[in-house]
Write a protein that binds this ligand. Structure first.
Ligand code: SAM
Length: 320
């Protein structure tokens, strides 16, 4: 997956004057800070150089994850056309670009973000977007302190709730859910800790009356075994600059993420979700799937032509 052309060009123009060596250094410092995963509310992105590094090395990957999550929501609710979007911890506006790329068009977009340097970059990038992106309302605020915003059809929080301490996270989650008229989507890194947070938030939202639209095909306790974690992957094409900054040769990387989409809307839930990359064996495909009955394996044999043809379309993360 690649960034939309307009965003890619805007980003390249922003990074044009950044010295690659310095960008690479800032990138690895930032990466280290994120890997420590402090979840204590500390500011991880601290200045304009951090913001540039984030945009260069993280934005393409978080865009890809957000796109896949929102696409899962759109697949579940094909008739739904959200008119208003609230994205919190918006960073450079990644999720709003992904929501537009999925095909929704919004009357209004509101973005909450704490760091002024992020907002500055996000606003500049947005100037290259479609009308609703250009007109997005950016609010500089700390989620843990306020964030009073009225109801929105779609509410999103990507790679941000994990930066808050546990008590704050619960309070913010509940506030976000109260502000959700349709669907609340939360994305976290696809690590055991990221998944653990998603699992806790899922439980809390179910207690508040939410229906989990995706990835779970049920609202029962999560059947994932101890030591395993539910996550998905988005394949991201690496740009020339990206390769330079991350000093790698591969043409792509896989962004691993965990997520949940909680809904107030009727219907839309699938019967099953594919939990890993399907395995191609001689004469058959093997799937690990999650259903209301738990996690299990399904086999699609080549001898059953129609079933095999359908099964070949399924990927890691697909619902059916
Ligand atoms: C990892 S970035 C994610 C940005 C964007 N959502 C994305 O997926 O690319 C986290 C963002 O959340 C912001 N953030 C962290 N804590 C925050 C808080 N308490 N209030 C508002 N924004 C916050 C950070 O400044 C940063 O821009």
């Amino acid at each position: 997956m690649e960034l939309p052309g307009a965003l890619q060009q805007a980003l390249e123009a922003e990074l044009h004057h950044a010295a690659p060596k310095k960008l690479a250094r800032t990138t690895s410092e930032l990466s280290l800070r994120y890997r420590k995963d402090p979840s204590d509310g500390r500011t991880l992105i601290r200045n304009a150089a951090d913001v540039r590094a984030y945009a260069a090395f993280r934005m393409p990957a978080t865009f890809a994850a957000a796109y896949m999550v929102l696409e899962a929501v759109r697949t579940a609710l094909p008739q739904w056309a959200p008119q208003t979007l609230l994205d919190v911890g918006a960073g450079p506006g990644t999720v709003m670009w992904a929501a537009a790329a999925v095909g929704w068009s919004f009357d209004s977009i509101t973005l909450l973000e704490r760091e002024a340097a992020m907002i500055d970059l996000g606003r500049r990038l947005a100037q290259k977007g479609e009308e609703s992106i250009r007109a997005a309302r950016w609010i500089k605020t700390d989620l843990s302190r306020d964030g009073h915003v009225s109801g929105h059809d779609l509410v999103t929080a990507a790679y941000v709730l994990g930066e808050l301490n546990e008590n704050t996270r619960q309070a913010v989650l509940e506030r976000l859910w109260r502000n959700t008229r349709g669907v609340l989507a939360v994305i976290e890194p696809g690590t055991p800790r990221g998944f653990e947070r998603i699992k806790q938030m899922r439980q809390r939202l179910i207690e508040q009356g939410a229906v989990i639209l995706a990835p779970c095909p049920h609202d029962r306790p999560c059947p994932m075994e101890e030591g395993d974690w539910c996550h998905f992957a988005a394949r991201v094409s690496r740009t020339r600059l990206h390769r330079l900054v991350k000093s790698g040769e591969l043409a792509y990387e896989d962004e691993k993420f965990a997520y949940l989409a909680a809904s107030r809307l009727p219907g839309g839930r699938a019967n099953a979700r594919v939990l890993r990359r399907p395995q191609v064996r001689k004469g058959h495909l093997v799937f690990t799937i999650c259903t209301a009955e738990g996690i299990g394996t399904r086999i699609a044999a080549k001898s059953d032509k129609e079933a095999y043809r359908q099964a070949r379309k399924l990927k890691w993360g697909s619902s059916f």
